[in-house]
Write a protein that binds this ligand. Sequence first.
Ligand SMILES: [Cu+2]
Length: 170
Amino acid sequence: MKDALIRFSQTAALALLFTSAAHAAGGHGDHGMSMPGSHGGAMAAMATPLGKPGDAARATRTIDIDMNDAMRFTPDRIEVKAGETVRINVRNAGRIRHELVLGTDADLKAHYDMMMKDPGMRHEEANAVSLDAGKTGQIVWRFDKAGTVSFGCLEPGHYSAGMKGAVSVL
Ligand SMILES: [Cu+2]
């Protein structure tokens, strides 16, 4: 356990270093990063191509997505039509906690950095579902605009291991 904690601190320190380096490098300016401390609700309220929480009664279909301990979503690519409301039925097929958070890449990255510093954090917003082993949950979401909406598992170590996917809004 002590080893694990030390390893985690190192990982967190590395993540911080990387974040600082990325900020120092600058020159992006192509996306509005969430400000530190804005975790919780801010994502859904932001004006992005993300879309918004949907009305379950208007859901046109259900899309099943599995999460597993190989740090993968299955499927990791889904397609929806602009204006469509879908029910995303998420199942944790693994033995450890996973979550599915919908967002822009910038938001997911920013939230992931926060999760690395505060691993106990749980996502309870409408754009996320956090599940213990064997559990299922749902996100009902309305995808408003054509483009790509990302999703990822922000549990420490998962997103960076490639636990991510994308919704193509056509
Ligand atoms: Cu995960």
